[in-house]
Design a protein around this ligand. Structure first.
Ligand code: PEP
Length: 671
């Protein structure tokens, strides 16, 4: 039951963030306008300049947060971020609910309009759900494997960023607002024409010496009177409730402050509306488009108006700069922004019905002006199938989930093809753990376990010196190769207790481990000694399994790559031809015999680093052909994930190599 509640909370919180991020991304201009309202209300007007960047940022952030929570990835981090977000937004929405500075919070853009109180309660529910999730984090479901999720995350974020781009450069991919093709603007705006005309009042707000005053259109102060334009205010006509649940009151005034809404919208012919919420900030790049459409409209006898905010200075500046001859009508800025998200943009009406709307670059002017409107598609309603667009967005968002597996399959095919050149190896390092008899018994047991099996990698056992010869004999006729755990740096002579490489080779052994961390630690082996040992081994036809790896402190202080590079220097004294005979083993010392394993990502990172370093020192071909094994608490349980990494070519196994039962699953990890 507890688990079910947790999963439901996860879906609720993740899903809510996904939805709110998505709708903001679909209409980034609308989101930016809402943010501008907020920052202005809270006296942070300077941020209004950044509102578009903030809108993108907020949309992408909310969507990403939703993805992480929904799919149960990086739970601690993203649940904490979600909590912080809710701790900021819940009091803010309480303030909005109490004082109503903006009429809707814009959480879900114009797609789902909530009252400020509804928003507040929604946030309370989300806050409780997030707190629950934080307390029961362990039950938060992780639906996808890490790599799968990573692939999906980037793909989904790409889709959302693309929506932001389309919405910023053109018009929103889905228009959630009521002014859509096919809708009667006449009906929407006039509703009850008589009432609308009587009650709508349009005021222009000016400021002088810190004093703000509202003026009716016919009493606007002169430009040189010192009054500065601030804003406009409309006392709404009753208007119509529309699909977004709001009352829309498009009221159009002319320069003489006459309400001309009925006159304009009663036109039964074609009416071009050039819409600009603010001419001061309108894009002036495509003036030819406006001029050509205006000329065409005049030629064909169609009405053409520019509907904008009543800012006489801006209008006269615009007229002067563009030579505009068309008639200007004035409307509430917010209403114009609701009608079109671009500045400027066009809307074409016929008999009061919206046929289409577009930003300037979206209109094919030569095509439109080449024929009469009634004879071409620009003269018809250009409907936008919103259901289809919703479907496409979901298809784009969901399809990467299913693309991952086939792509991964192809990637693996390519990867394995690349890997083919280098050997896959599982090598055991028995260390000082087996007597002669135990060693022989272990070797025989392994031989028996492998007999008749399809083995997909080279199998090696490196044994104490005393058993090498016997183990070589014991495994005769099997796939098992044998090696020693060390050899002397000298070729022969008075080195009591030492075993030379040629002695190892004389047993029939083919491998020798060199530079194991325990030899470096307890026997002071350094690069100078190891260079000699490498040369001895190679001169006697042995394949060195050369170990490198950092201690815990070096991992923690971030110097591990330098340390490994330093250890690799011993190998880099070899000619390319000799180097090609070496097997490298990355063994993080903190993971050897401790039960701690480097994660597959950590191991892969170092293996890739080693391979890149070899490529730099020799060439890419040698690097590609070098087998790099991982060692450090490798077991049957973690071997498959480790070996699945593109640069891990097998393992050097300590503890788990001492029993057939624990060694075999590691060999079998190579499917
Ligand atoms: C080793 O000593 O080479 C080793 C990898 O040991 P273990 O597998 O026991 O960590």
């Amino acid at each position: 039951m507890k688990k079910l509640v947790t999963v439901l909370c996860q879906l609720l919180v993740g899903g809510t963030f996904l939805l709110s991020g998505l709708v903001k991304a679909i209409d980034p201009v609308g989101t930016a306008l809402k943010l501008t309202e907020y920052v202005q209300h809270f006296g942070l007007g300077f941020l209004a300049e950044l509102s578009t960047a903030l809108a993108w940022g907020l949309a992408l952030f909310e969507f990403a947060l939703g993805l992480f929570i929904f799919f149960g990835q990086h739970r601690r981090l993203f649940l904490t971020l979600g909590l912080l977000l809710m701790l900021v937004f819940t009091p803010l929405t309480l303030y909005l609910a109490l004082y109503n500075p903006v009429d809707d919070c814009g959480c879900f853009g114009d797609a789902i309009v909530l009252t400020n109180w509804q928003t507040f309660w929604k946030n309370i529910v989300l806050l409780i759900a997030i707190v629950w999730l934080i307390f029961d984090r362990k039950n938060v479901a992780g639906w996808l494997a890490k790599d799968w999720y990573a692939f999906y995350f980037y793909a989904a974020m790409f889709v959302v960023a693309a929506l932001c781009f389309v919405g910023s450069q053109h018009l929103p991919f889905i228009d959630f607002r009521p002014y859509r093709p096919g809708v009667s603007l006449r009906q929407l705006a006039l509703g009850e024409p008589a009432q609308g005309e009587q009650s709508a009042q349009y005021f222009v707000i000016y400021e002088k010496d810190g004093i703000r005053q509202e003026f009716l259109l016919d009493s606007i102060p002169d430009e040189d009177s010192g009054w500065e334009f601030v804003d406009t205010r409309i006392v709404e006509a009753p208007g119509n409730r529309s699909s977004d649940g709001k009352t829309h009151s498009l009221v159009l005034f002319d320069a003489a402050d006459q309400n001309v809404t009925t006159e304009v919208l009663s036109d039964t012919g074609y009416v071009f509306l050039l819409l600009s919420p603010d001419l001061r900030t309108a894009d002036e790049h495509d003036m030819d488009c406006i001029d050509n459409l205006y000329e065409y409209a005049m030629q064909e006898g169609h009405a053409f108006y520019c509907v904008t905010l009543n800012d006489p200075q801006a209008v006269s500046r615009w007229s002067y700069r563009t030579g505009a001859e068309y008639r200007f009508l004035y409307a509430d800025q917010q209403e114009i922004e609701t009608m079109i998200r671009s500045n400027p943009g066009f809307m074409l009406l016929h008999d009061g019905v919206i046929l289409w709307k577009s930003n300037l670059s979206g209109i094919d002017v030569p095509a439109l002006t080449s024929a009469k409107l009634s004879e071409q598609s620009y003269g018809q309603i250009r409907p936008i199938n919103r259901k289809k667009r919703v479907f496409w967005i979901f298809a784009w968002l969901i399809s990467p989930l299913f693309l991952y597996l086939p792509l991964q399959f192809i990637y693996k095919l390519i990867k394995n093809k690349n890997k083919k050149m280098r050997k896959k190896i599982v090598a055991g390092n028995w260390k000082m753990n087996t007597t002669l008899q135990e060693g022989v018994a272990l070797a025989e047991g392994l031989k028996a376990a492998l007999a008749g099996k399809k083995v997909n990698c080279d199998v090696v056992v490196c044994t104490p010196f005393i058993s090498v010869a016997s183990v070589v004999k014991a495994v005769e006729g099997s796939v098992i190769g044998v090696g020693a755990e060390d050899c002397s740096e000298h070729d022969k002579g008075a080195y009591t207790g030492e075993v030379a490489a040629n002695m190892v080779a004389s047993t029939g052994a083919k491998y020798v481990i060199l530079g194991h961390s325990e030899r470096r630690q307890y026997h002071g082996e350094n690069n100078a000694i190891l260079v000699n040992k490498l040369n001895q081994a190679l001169a006697n036809g042995l394949t060195p399994i050369f170990c490198v790896g950092e201690v815990k402190e070096e991992r923690e202080n971030g110097t591990f790559k330098q340390v490994i590079e330093g250890q690799m220097e011993a190998l880099y004294t070899l000619s390319a031809e000799d180097f090609a005979k070496v097997i490298v083993a990355y063994e993080p010392v903190w993971a050897i015999g401790t039960g701690l394993t480097a994660t597959s990502d950590q191991a892969q990172e170092v293996h890739a680093f080693i391979r890149a370093s070899i490529a730099k020192k020799y060439n890419a071909e040698i690097a590609d052909n070098t087998s790099i094994l991982y060692g450090g608490s490798c077991k049957g349980s973690n071997a498959p994930e480790l070996f699945a990494q593109p640069d891990i070519d097998g393992g050097l196994i300590g503890g788990a190599a001492l029993k057939v039962d624990t060694f075999m699953p590691i060999i079998e990890a190579w499917k």
